[in-house]
Structures are given as structure tokens and as C-alpha cells.
Ligand binder design. Structure first.
Ligand code: ADP
Length: 390
């Protein structure tokens, strides 16, 4: 059965088509600069990449081109072979605790939740509507980044703010990266053949740490928005909230602050411009003091969450590293594991020298097993969709 996994941003559309349940990727690709000048798209079939320039005034045009490419490349002989389309939706808040089939009321709720994710939910809706127009027979599903975290208890998700900020404005922790955390949880369930206590470190340019017990999220580091938790590429993570009114009193607008804390902070803020951890690592080798400081803050913020969740879970069975940094940076992983040595956690230098593949990286006498597990959000979206469609 052919299932398409879709991730729409305000000016992009990423897709991946799977043959399910075999999990075979038939085609994957990306439309970029939708609604802007110099738009183009690229796709990969059997490892072979094609890139084309095209006028992409809106997402509808991208979908129209996509379906034509599917036909021209014999990925499908007719569009009714596409049985399911899974759409990534960033914010489901407390309205969705799982993947759902999209109907008018689901679309309305996603639209209402745009107030919590003004950049992302509208983009997902545009994608959903565009596919409805061109692929009429497929069942569309919404896969929410927040759904996996809906199992958190109130004492985990409530902020110690006036309670009516929660009831009136919906201010609480929702978390993010849930599709990735769910994928890793299922992967580790398959590996251990049972549910274990997991601490999952999804660390890429955005990052979140999640505590998992009995296959469910107990707590997660991102909050009301993805800006909470650990230090990230350009986001500040946890800070003292009073800094914000202080800076408003110093002349910044809320928009200035929003830009500063989301786009100009984190590794980039500390170093004055370097947000990619590969460049941070190069800077450290050259003795760049800001890079050394940024890396220390980053590692410390991850270690703090792991330690906190170790206590919350009353001990952990496994720590998993995933996403760009988690999968590809042995140095960062080793620094994190070394900082956890007081818990009896010990990395294996040789095993840890691994990139982008499933590896056990802790030594045999480590109290907690540590792993690298590549995440696959697109596959998780396809699997959830397949389960609903079949
Ligand atoms: P996101 O999905 O949040 O945009 P990714 O999970 O793709 O981010 O992670 C991207 C980040 O991963 C890059 O910014 C970079 O910091 C980091 N990264 C990728 N490859 C490496 C590497 N070989 N060594 C260190 N860091 C890496």
C-alpha cells in the first residue's frame, strides 16, 4: 500500500512515499521557496537525485507538480494507488493525543490551534487542502508533534503561573518532536522486547529530552513552545522569565524579543554567529573561547535534563541519542556521558566512534545502557497513517 508522508512549512513541502508495510522508500523530495522567487524542487529515487527549477506560486502548484512526477516516474500508475497521506502538524495542544483521520472538524481545530503555532499550523492546513484538491481518494491523517506528550500528568505540564493563564490562554507545556520520541520509543520496545525506562535525547539544531516509562511520555523538556528546555542552535532554552519584561523596559518590543530568543540565541547567541555544532567543534579545535563556552553550556543543559529525568523515572534503563548532533557527534555524546559518571554511566570510546547508525555506545559496566538510534519521523508518520488506513 502506498502512503505519502508530508511535512509542509510556510515556504516548503517535504515528502516521502513509502510502500507499506514493507517500509520501502519509493521517492523522497522537497519543494523549496514556495511563494518566493527562484523556487525549485528536488527528489530522489533509488539514490538518484533530480533537481528542477519551477515556478511555485503556492503549495497547490507544488502538489500538482508532485503528482505529475509520481506518474511520470512510474511511482504510481494512477493516483488512486495512494491510499494514505500523513501530514505533520506541529501543534495539536490538548485536543489530539494521537494521529487522526482528517475531516472538517479536525481542520477547524488545527486552524483554531494556529494561535499557539502561528507559523506552523497554517502551513500544515495549506498542505492538507492542496492534497485534497489533487489526490481526492486518499485518506488524509494529521500526525501531531505534541500528541506523544499528552500522557504527561498535570504536575508535569502546568507552569507555576496564575492558573487562569492556563484556563484562559492555554498556557501549559505541550512539548514537541513527539513523532521522533514516539519513533525511538517504539524502536527501543522492539529492541528490548519490553518497555524500559528511557531518556531520549533528540538533539539537532532544535533539541528536546523526553522521559519515557511504559512506552509513554512522562515529561519532556520543550514547553509551551519549542523554545523551552536545553540550549539549542539558535534558541535560548530555559531562562529566567523576568529577563523579558526587563528587556522590554530597556526598549525592545515583544517581536524583537521573540526574534532574539528564537533566532539569535543558543549556540549562535553565545558565539556571536555560530549555530551549527560542526562549526562549534571546529572552533573548539582552534581554541575559540566562545565556542568552548557554548559547548559547555549546551552539554550542561542536556546533562541537567538527563539527571532530572533519571530521578523522575527513579532510575533509567537506557539513554538514547538521536537527531543531527545525537547521531553524528561522538565528542558531544562522550562529554554528556562523562558528565553523568556520578550515576555510574560510562561511554565506550571505540563503540561511540559511530555516526548515523544504531549503536550501543556505553561500556559493559555502565549502570545505564546508552545508544545511538537514527530517528525517522517520516516513517513514523507513514506507519501511523498506514495503521489508520488499512
Ligand atoms: P533540525 O531537524 O532540528 O533542523 P537536525 O536534527 O537535522 O536538525 O540536526 C542538524 C544539526 O545537527 C546541525 O545544525 C549540526 O549542528 C548537527 N550535526 C549534523 N552533523 C553533525 C556532525 N557530523 N557533527 C556534529 N554535529 C552535526
Amino acid at each position: 500500500m502506498k502512503i505519502l508522508s508530508v511535512n509542509c512549512g510556510s515556504s516548503s513541502l517535504k515528502f516521502q512515499m513509502y510502500e507499506m508495510p514493507e517500509k520501502e522508500v519509493l521517492i523522497s523530495g522537497n519543494f523549496e521557496r514556495i511563494g518566493l522567487e527562484n523556487s525549485f524542487y528536488s527528489y530522489k529515487i533509488n539514490g538518484e537525485k533530480t533537481k528542477k527549477e519551477a515556478s511555485l506560486p503556492n503549495h497547490g502548484e507544488a502538489v500538482k507538480i508532485l503528482v505529475q512526477e509520481l506518474l511520470d516516474n512510474n511511482i504510481v500508475n494512477s493516483l488512486d494507488e495512494i491510499k494514505g497521506i500523513g501530514h505533520r502538524v506541529v501543534q495539536g495542544a490538548d485536543k489530539f493525543d494521537r494521529t487522526v483521520i482528517i475531516d472538517e472538524s479536525v481542520k477547524e481545530t488545527i486552524s483554531e490551534l494556529s494561535k499557539l503555532a502561528p507559523l506552523h499550523n497554517p502551513a500544515a492546513l495549506i498542505g492538507i487542502n492542496a492534497f485534497e484538491q489533487y489526490v481526492k481518494d486518499a485518506t488524509a491523517t494529521a500526525v501531531f508533534d505534541t500528541a506523544f506528550h499528552q500522557t504527561m500528568k498535570e504536575e508535569q505540564y502546568i507552569y507555576a503561573l496564575p492558573y487562569d493563564w492556563y484556563t484562559k490562554y492555554g498556557i501549559r507545556k505541550y512539548g514537541a518532536h513527539g513523532t521522533s520520541h514516539k519513533y525511538i520509543t517504539k524502536y527501543m520496545q522492539d529492541y528490548f522486547k519490553e518497555n524500559k525506562k528511557l531518556i531520549i535525547c533528540h538533539i539537532g539544531s532544535g533539541g528536546s529530552i523526553t522521559a519515557v516509562k511504559d512506552g509513554k511520555c512522562v515529561d519532556t523538556s520543550m514547553g509551551f513552545t519549542p523554545n523551552a528546555g536545553i540550549v539549542m542552535g539558535t534558541r535560548c532554552g530555559d531562562i529566567d522569565a523576568s529577563i523579558i519584561p526587563f528587556m522590554i523596559d530597556n526598549g525592545l518590543t515583544s517581536k524583537d524579543i521573540d526574534t532574539a530568543i528564537n533566532k539569535e540565541s543558543g549556540l549562535k547567541g553565545i558565539t556571536g554567529g555560530i549555530s551549527d555544532s560542526r562549526d562549534i567543534e571546529d572552533g573548539i579545535k582552534e581554541g575559540n573561547k566562545k565556542c568552548i563556552l557554548a559547548q559547555k553550556l549546551f552539554v550542561r543543559s542536556v546533562v541537567n535534563y538527563i539527571a532530572k529525568y533519571y530521578v523522575l523515572l527513579n532510575g533509567a534503563d537506557a539513554i538514547i541519542f538521536t537527531a543531527g548532533i545525537g547521531e553524528n557527534s561522538p565528542e558531544t555524546r562522550m562529554q554528556i556521558m562523562e558528565s553523568l559518571s556520578s550515576l555510574g554511566i560510562k561511554g565506550d570510546n571505540e563503540a561511540n566512534n559511530s555516526r548515523g547508525k544504531f549503536t550501543k555506545i556505553s561500556s559493559s559496566d555502565s549502570t545505564v545502557e546508552c545508544f545511538v538510534v537514527p530517528t525517522n519521523e517520516e516513517l513514523m508518520i507513514a506507519e501511523d497513517t498506514y495503521e489508520l488506513v488499512k
